[in-house]
Write a protein of this length. Structure first.
Length: 279
């Protein structure tokens, strides 16, 4: 689904922000802001949507509204820039977007962008970006798969299950029954190196162990949930190198049935524009 399609949906186009639930208001504001600034290449519109003290966690750009104008101007002067927003998840004042960006660099970029809305303005932004890879052993890409948000009444239960899975399995490395968290029947995997099913996941972990490669989660910084989708933002290490892990899970009937991720190196803490850190 394109950004323009989302923006022109009846729920967003016909109701003012004040008439919508907090999550829908935040989603509408963020999508409208991106359409009016980044996609239009219009830096003059930044003041309408972004807070003066905007906090930027992408180390390539500084904090503040001038930094955001720099982002817009950079993309406006990038021939062929295109953004495909595949999934948009809203959780009160937080909006997470799963996207594919083309036109910046020799290959497209897959990423997650997270925005925080405060007092009707966008006040903060996080992201995790990686070059697009070929389809994985099961033929899945980093962005295909289900997109429909359902089961809104299960939002908190799904958030809790993912948090428990990350804490017990990925941080503490407890000997858990993985089928308490991941469906043994359906587990669709979009990581470029991992095949579908618990068998695929187990084979990948076994191969890494055989090579002496470890993947450790140290801290989960944020968990954003809406219905059947849950996005976690964590840091840890992969092969001994500091990494940021953004994991998107889709759940059905209380179990994880689909997974997308972006694993990217943590930025240099001394980078000139890294005042606010990755998280």
């Amino acid at each position: 689904m394109s950004l323009r399609t989302i923006l022109t949906s009846a729920a967003i186009a016909t109701l003012p922000f004040a008439a919508l639930a907090d999550s829908d208001a935040s989603r509408g504001l963020v999508l409208e802001a991106l359409e009016a600034t980044l996609l239009a290449g219009n830096a003059d519109a930044v003041d309408q949507y972004f807070a003066e003290d905007y906090i930027q966690h992408n180390p390539d750009f500084p904090d503040g509204i001038e930094g955001q104008r720099g982002v817009v101007n950079f993309l406006a002067n990038t021939p062929g820039f295109n953004a495909e927003y595949v999934r948009v998840i809203a959780d009160d004042d937080l909006v997470a977007i799963h996207a594919r960006y083309a036109g910046v660099g020799p290959t497209a970029t897959i990423g997650f962008d997270v925005f925080r809305v405060e007092n009707g303005m966008i006040g903060e932004h996080w992201d995790n970006l990686i070059p697009e890879a070929a389809p994985n052993p099961s033929g899945r890409t980093q962005i295909d798969g289900a997109t429909e948000i359902t089961d809104l009444d299960q939002t908190e239960a799904n958030r809790a299950l993912v948090e428990d899975f990350l804490e017990r399995s990925m941080i503490r490395h407890e000997d858990v029954d993985i089928t308490d968290y991941i469906s043994p029947v359906t587990y669709l995997q979009h990581n470029p190196d991992v095949a579908d099913g618990l068998e695929g996941f187990g084979a990948f972990m076994g191969e890494m162990a055989a090579q002496g490669i470890t993947m450790d989660y140290n801290e989960v910084h944020m968990v954003i949930a809406e219905g059947n989708f849950v996005l976690s933002m964590s840091e840890g290490s992969f092969g001994g190198e500091p990494q940021a892990f953004y994991d998107l899970f889709r759940l059905e009937d209380g179990l994880i049935v689909e997974h997308w991720d972006v694993i990217a190196p943590m930025p240099d803490p001394d980078a000139p524009n890294n005042q606010s850190g990755k998280f």
